[in-house]
Design a protein around this ligand. Structure first.
Ligand code: ZN
Length: 170
C-alpha cells in the first residue's frame, strides 16, 4: 500500500484504462480528476482499443462511433410545398390566393415555417435598407439645400458686382 501522490493522505491504487494500461496512482479524492486528464474513450469497455491497447484502434473506434451516429440521425429534408415555392420564386402571391388549401404533413409544415422565417428575415432586412436609404436621402437633401444657398449667395454677389461695374462704366 502506498499513500496517494495527490497529497490527500489516503491509500492509493493503480488507475488502469480499459486496455489495462497504467495511467497513474489515484485515491477516491483524485480519481475523477486523474481520469479527466485522459481521453474518456480509453476507459470504455468492449471497444477495439480495450482489446488491443493500440492507439490506432482508438481512432477506428471513433470513426465507427461517428458513423453509427450519422446512421442513427439522418437529416430530414424540410419540404416546402411546390405551390409555395412557385409563388415565391415567381413573386406572384395570387398563385397562393387562387389555390385550394390542402392538408400538409409535418415535413411540409416545417418547410413552410422555414420559408416564412426566411420571408420575415428578408422583409426585416428590406425595412432596414429602406430606413438607411431614407437617412441618406435626407442628408443629400440637406447638402443640396446648402449648395443652393451658396449659389444664391454667389449669384447675389455677382449681380452686385455687375451693378457696381456698370455704375463705374457709366
Ligand atoms: Zn489521490
Amino acid at each position: 500500500m502506498r499513500l496517494c501522490p495527490c497529497g490527500s493522505g489516503q491509500w492509493s491504487r493503480e488507475l488502469l484504462d480499459a486496455a489495462g494500461i497504467y495511467c497513474g496512482r489515484v485515491c477516491d479524492d483524485c480519481e475523477k480528476r486523474k481520469r479527466a486528464e485522459f481521453r474518456s474513450e480509453i476507459f470504455d469497455e468492449g471497444t477495439a482499443y480495450a482489446r488491443s491497447g493500440e492507439e490506432e484502434d482508438l481512432l477506428n473506434d471513433n470513426e465507427e462511433r461517428n458513423l453509427s451516429f450519422e446512421v442513427v440521425k439522418p437529416p430530414k429534408p424540410a419540404m416546402v410545398p411546390t405551390e409555395v415555392v412557385a409563388a415565391i420564386t415567381a413573386a406572384r402571391p395570387e398563385l397562393l390566393r387562387m389555390g385550394t388549401p390542402r392538408a400538409m404533413d409535418a415535413d411540409e409544415v416545417r418547410g413552410m415555417y422555414e420559408a416564412i422565417a426566411m420571408l420575415i428575415q428578408d422583409g426585416f432586412a428590406a425595412q432596414q435598407k429602406a430606413a438607411r436609404l431614407e437617412t441618406q436621402l435626407a442628408r443629400s437633401r440637406d447638402r443640396l439645400d446648402e449648395v443652393m444657398a451658396a449659389i444664391h449667395v454667389a449669384n447675389h454677389a455677382a449681380s452686385i458686382a455687375k451693378l457696381s461695374f456698370t455704375d463705374e462704366d457709366e
